[in-house]
Ligand binder design. Sequence first.
Ligand SMILES: *Cc1c(COP(=O)(O)O)cnc(C)c1O
Length: 234
Amino acid sequence: MSIAEDYVKIRNEIPENVVIVIAAKTRTMKEIEEVIDAGATDIGENYVQEAEKIYKGLSPEKAKQVKWHMIGPLQKNKINKALGTFDVIQTIDSFEIARAIDKRVSTHGVVLHPAEAGRVWEIVPVYIEVNIAGEKTKSGIAQERVLELIELMSGLENIKVEGLMTMEPYSENPEDARPYFKKMKELFEKAKEIKMPNVDIKILSMGMSNSYKVAIEEGSNMVRIGTAIFGPRN
Ligand SMILES: *Cc1c(COP(=O)(O)O)cnc(C)c1O
């Protein structure tokens, strides 16, 4: 099946309220254009440079047709560039990085793509990345510290905490991920209860190509899918 057909098939088989973020790392401009033309609404990129290249290579109309999500680790020295391309940063895992983004926006504002010259960030939507299985090799904050981080971030006026994100441990069998998804859902329910300034949690971003069905069963409302749409990465 083509990229467009794969996208439409998955779009049609999952509930309407679940957002599909196309995980586009390593994919070409042409592949990304094809999935946008098929109706994709949200694109995720792991690397700032790669995202910027794709964003600027697309026509401004096409680039603006979709929301751009940062789904890879964000380094402090890439914040300026990242804010020039992305609409949402999904991978906040420390107060330090959150504060650096907040500060950048409060002191300068950030001008987006040249086609949008003059548009300046006021509030940057961010999600918190949770290392739900406590894996040493993964980024993300420990689950015990998530609520505390949200409360701290409430003091940052130029960002808004809108969701939680996780990448489950790799496994061939998606059922292995179910207990982690359940834990994330519990955490999500608690986070949703937080009524503080600059916090409005409504997104639970979890589930990838081989696990999105289980993730949705466990309460995900945003899945990030690459391989199942584009085929295997080289
Ligand atoms: C690559 C990636 C995905 C998608 O992985 P697939 O298995 O190709 O669907 C989702 N989330 C993140 C953070 C990724 O880096």
